[in-house]
Design a protein. Sequence first.
Length: 386
Amino acid sequence: MFALFWLVGASLRLTVLAVPPVVPLLHADLHLAETGIGWLSSLPPMLFAIAAVPGSLLIARFGMVPALLFGLLLSALGGAARGAFADVAGLYASTVAMSAGIAIVQTVMPPLVRAWFPQRIGFATSVYINGLLVGEVIPVGLTIPVILPLLGDSWRLSFVVWSVPVLATALLFAWWVRSPGVAANRNAPVKRRWWPDWRDPLIWRLGLILGGVNATYFVTNAFLPDYVTSTGRPDLVSSALTAINIGQLPASFLMLPLAERLVTRPWAYVATGSLSFISVAAMMLTKGDWIVFWSGVLGFTGAATLIMALALPSILSAADDVHRATAGMFTISYSCAMLLSVFVGWLWDVTHLPIAAFTPVALCGLVIVALSSTVKQADRRSLASE
């Protein structure tokens, strides 16, 4: 079951990260300008925010496993369909479908963790997030040197190739839950409530913790290339971006044995939030290879916080409300990431000072520190009694 969770985690990013390696081909074939690429890149996080609540509705009406399978199938079919259209509108539409499928799966995972592994929430969360982070690296690392040469440099077929593992995961999951002894014991009852309780402070606190992680990751990836270029070191663009993404992997492996102990410890969030703040500040105050070093540290701390934050709805919410809390958390967190990205760009244009633009990014770490006491509300004894 943990192996399936890992595959589901990988499926959350395989099709999304299949785009960056083929951007030059999209420019040439579809005549996409940078603005078009920007819209294409912004669609997934936008849908992650918009489709989280509909995902909660699917869970409430049909159950977690059907919602998960539907999300995986929609992601796979939408991801593959991106290569079937001759125009940009079709590419955008299929990307919306793919991203909506991923948003549904993301919303399913925390309640599924709670229902199937109530005593191992931290570990189960670490497993599928490890798959997610590995799924970010694989298409970026293999598309150009391996996949495209095998496909005659066809970006259309490359989208199909990276959708196949997602479809295979859906089929394997469907087969597994129908196995004797699995369906009867692990199909959670259908829930009826689905709309997040926006008046619940817990949802906002969880959303802002995860929002601090997401905003730091997305904004730094978006603006770090321009920053190192402005310092006169365009040669560091690739190494800095690689560091922030590869730096996540050691943390995801380290959290496998540690997450169970750390997820309900406020000091763990204080530590990772503080180190995130220090990393962003150090990136702005140092030069040369030190920027690459601190980028790697930022990736490491972000991954650790991400794993702990995604385990919190499963621990802090009542069993019937995990899907609603998760949907609300994702809506808030990805909205924060999109809004901060726009704000940082505006601030950079107004001040012409990269360090001023990155100041709000650094402050995201302090938001995590300020909200660290949230995890003290966890009552794990209630899990043991269920």
